[in-house]
Design a protein. Structure first.
Length: 610
């Protein structure tokens, strides 16, 4: 099979964000549209240059499409159970065409030295015309490659980066030129994309690559088999845990917030941010989720990374870091990139990197405490780092900060104060089994109690019966739904229950959806959608305060808001149900897991109770 040029294969309009599937190898990730187009893939890492960037760069930024030659209806799209392998089946004329694809992460327990994407087309019932459109355009300027052939594979090179595309049977392919092929029943077509950066480009025959994909599936099934069988909503939890693992950069064990940049929170607006970095806060929430389902290796790996990454700035904890623990690049816009649905600018780097965010210390120390509580002793250096974080909180808790929502005007955020309280409380709990000088212990205890008194006095609105967003404000903040998890006020406290009910009422975006704070109160133009992690925090809060039935009902409704593949973005448009923001989002999936665990651990209601 040689294939034939075909320039009559137009792409459909821009797919919804939630239409995309995720492929990953725990180093980078690809987003695949329902028509088989890989419209986003950065190399060699999550935060590298885009090789295919059509998602936010338009057609000039490149794509790798494998699918029906003419528009065809998707009849089934799913992940193979408990794997990272995605299948898409189209009804095409009198036949059916199926694309099975995955990125291979490991060989016999070792990371592959190159990125490897395996894609196979198969037909049923009748022959189907398909198209292969391979158009790599590297980086911000959409650079075209130097092209040659090697060992029956098309090779594209840009300096130290090399990409090869092999096929079986052999196809005559050229970058930027769609090629039409006919796929017949029993005669599959396999394509193998390999990417090497500063390493020799390894050629993998298509048949061998397919076997590697199957081996990788077995590895994922073995990994998921270790997850507690008794978990409520187990299939949804497993898919979220798989997604979290795919978004964890294996060489450093650091979870990326999302594999994308600049997917908009407000389509057509400027709320477009680069999430291809590591937020210690988000990562810590994921660590706790992994620990709770019996996956301590992921938790240990992250704590080791954090210890290494924070060493040069300790005791200060940066709000975000690169995958290798370095400073995040300065935020800048990519000139000429149109953005998703004309949502410009498209940004790389992130201006929040220099912010003071007090809450991050609480999340990180809480994760360390969860690790210790699970029976794992912290290494002496890790404990020294935690002590340094706690000392900084004790010194700086009265300062205004940017808060969890990274507003550009610092304030006395109540949630940040609560997380400062949590940092000291959890550090004291760790100290029950780890050495700590008495003077340091007394200082932490005194400061912890001072924070609690200050928050109860200045951060509570007696009229509303609720804690508020910041001192001297009556606005609410959905991040305060963590109150039942902290222990500062008991779960039966009227303050805790009043805060939950007030947030559910006044920040409602309809049904189970919540805004994170009153829309428009953040200093940026435009609007935003409902913030999905907040809904799962509400589930968790309800379950923790004895309202299990409400929690279950809300959780089930939130499952209906997942993408067809069980993935979640950061936000959702309450009016249309469309996913908004970077996708898929680590924080949302971690919050889903924790919500399911809270339901698991909540006492069942007595028979006949309301």
């Amino acid at each position: 099979m040689t294939g034939r040029p075909d320039v009559t294969c137009p792409r459909p309009p821009t797919p919804p964000i939630g239409d995309y599937g995720l492929l990953g190898d725990t180093r980078t990730a690809a987003l695949v549209a329902g028509d088989g187009g890989i419209d986003w893939l950065c190399v060699p890492r999550f935060d590298g240059d885009p090789l295919f960037g059509r998602l936010v760069g338009g057609p000039e930024a490149g794509t790798f499409r494998v699918g029906p030659a003419r528009p065809a209806a998707v009849v089934e799209r799913r992940y193979r159970q408990h794997t990272a392998t995605l299948t898409t089946t189209w009804a095409a004329g009198s036949g059916r065409l199926t694309l099975t694809e995955a990125m291979v992460a490991e060989i016999s327990g070792r990371l592959l030295p190159t990125t490897l994407v395996v894609r196979r087309l198969s037909a049923e019932e009748d022959a189907v015309d398909a198209v292969v459109e391979f158009d790599p355009r590297l980086g911000a300027r959409h650079r075209r490659p130097r092209v040659h052939h090697r060992r029956q594979a098309l090779v594209c090179e840009w300096g130290s980066l090399a990409v090869s595309l092999g096929s079986a049977p052999g196809l005559t392919l050229a970058p930027g030129r769609p090629t039409r092929i006919t796929v017949r029943p029993g005669r599959d077509v396999t394509l193998v994309l390999a990417v090497a950066h500063r390493e020799p480009l390894i050629h993998v025959e298509p048949a061998a690559a397919w076997e590697l994909l199957l081996e990788d599936e077995d590895r994922w099934r073995a990994w998921t088999a270790e997850i507690d069988e008794s978990l409520p909503f187990r299939e949804h939890v497993v898919r979220s845990l798989l997604t979290l693992r795919l978004l964890t950069y294996s060489p450093s064990q650091a979870p990326v917030a999302a594999p994308t940049t600049s997917l908009p929170e407000d389509p057509g607006g400027i709320r477009n941010w680069d999430y291809r970095y590591v937020w210690p806060r988000d990562a810590s929430i994921g660590v706790s989720a992994f620990l709770s389902v019996g996956k301590p290796d992921e938790a240990h790996g992250f704590l080791a990374w954090l210890l290494h990454a924070s060493r040069l700035q300790r005791p200060r904890l940066p709000a975000l870091l690169t995958l290798h623990g370095r400073h995040v690049p300065a935020e800048r816009a990519l000139p000429g990139w149109p953005g998703y649905l004309d949502s410009a600018p498209v940004r790389v780097g992130n201006g929040a990197a220099g912010q003071h965010q007090l809450d991050g210390y609480g999340w990180v120390i809480d994760a360390a405490w969860a690790f210790a509580q699970a029976g794992h002793r912290l290494y002496p250096e890790t404990w020294r780092a935690v002590r340094g974080f706690a000392d900084l909180v004790a010194r700086c808790w009265q300062e205004p900060d940017a808060g969890i929502w990274e507003v550009r005007a610092p304030a006395q955020h109540v949630h940040s104060k609560l997380m400062g309280w949590l940092a000291l409380d959890r550090a004291l709990r760790i100290a029950d089994t780890h050495p700590l000088p008495d003077r340091q212990r007394r200082r932490w205890q005194k400061t912890r109690d001072a924070i609690a008194a200050d928050v109860r006095t200045r951060g509570f609105d007696p009229t509303a019966g609720s804690y508020v967003r910041s001192y001297d404000s009556r606005d609410l903040d959905a991040a305060l739904l963590v109150l039942p998890l902290l222990g500062m006020d008991g779960i039966a406290s009227p303050r805790v229950r009043g805060t939950i009910d007030a947030i559910r009422d006044r920040l409602s975006a309809g049904g189970p959806l919540l805004y994170r704070y009153p829309p428009g109160r953040d200093g940026f133009p435009g609007t935003e959608g409902a913030f999905l992690p907040c809904s799962f925090w509400l589930v968790q809060a309800l379950a923790r305060t004895g309202r299990r039935r409400e929690a279950v009902d809300l959780f089930q409704t939130m499952l209906d808001h997942a993408s067809p593949l069980g993935l979640y973005a950061e936000e959702l448009d309450p009016a249309t149900g469309a996913h908004l923001g970077n996708y898929p989002q680590t924080l949302t999936h971690a919050a889903l897991v924790q919500a399911a665990l809270a339901i698991r651990d909540a006492p069942a209601p007595a028979p006949g109770s309301a």
